[in-house]
Design a protein around this ligand. Sequence first.
Ligand code: NAP
Length: 326
Amino acid sequence: MARVFVTRKLPGDALDRLRAEFDVDVWGLDRPPSKAEIIERIGDVEGLLCLLTERIDREVMDAAPRLRAISSYSAGLDHIDLEEATRRGIIVSYTPGVLTEAVADLAWALLLSVARRIVEADREVRGGGWRVGWHPTYMLGSNVYGRTIGIVGMGRIGTAVARRARGFNMRILYYSRSRKPEVERELGAVFVGLDELLKEADYVVLSVSLNRETYRMIGERELRLMKPSAYLINISRGAVVDTEALVKALKEGWIAGAGLDVYEEEPLPKDHPLTRLRNVVLTPHIGSATREVRERMAEIAVENLVRSLRGEMPLYPANPEVLVSG
Ligand code: NAP
């Protein structure tokens, strides 16, 4: 029976299905295993089911000479050295798609929260700061309806964010690696260069995948291009933004505010400069965190691994060429 290592307990009963076919070892703690702990457990595994909190690099693969399949419980793949896995003939799969709408909802929750100061307003009510009843200049935010949204990375999530923007009668600009004629037709989205998008948009939403080109693609220069009245929403990966530059931008008013779900360092330290700013709304990487989505992700991650270990194509392969050529 092939051995499989799973780096965390998953919601729902998907792991039972895995146990029915394989000898399954599940990491039992709530914190992620360290690299050394993973290496210690995977000497004879053929399958690995991991999360985005585990960096699966050459060193980890070296420690598992029998590894044939990696199934990631995530939509991003930046934590896995995909090139190295492909070189070794290891099929890698992941769970995009099922979380698209939930993440787009969270992007909008952040956008509306920061534009209308919902978190600050809640604190005012609870903390006794609401002293004058209705006041013409109290807690003023920014309009959303009819404004311009700029989507950086018009993939699954970017498109779902854009669909919601239609309901707010927004002008939709986007920048992506490639043009999306179908999105342009369906949503009236306009393809522009990144600089133009940053200069024009009232709300910039980052929904790119993290890779060599998108690493810190939003730095000081880009933040200075944005309007002082504009907001930045990041639901992609923290490392797409230069955090230090963002803190400066928020402190010095180059931009009006930010809504962030992802950070260069996770968990974000309690005393991080971002936590001391009023014009940011911070969520702890919960884009896909609905009960339904997390259970469905578990089912798909398990299905991907079962298929991969049987030598079949997983539902969402990241390097299908491994099976096609192998
Ligand atoms: P996707 O469909 O692959 O979309 C990614 C988009 O990024 C694609 O449109 C791609 O452009 C674009 N892109 C990649 N590299 C680029 C570059 N160098 N310049 C410009 N655009 C570039 O993925 P998705 O399902 O929408 O997910 C997007 C990302 O969201 C994931 O990779 C993950 O990191 C993040 N995510 C976060 C959460 C959360 O909890 N906050 C949850 C799920 C996912 P092309 O289409 O032209 O290739």
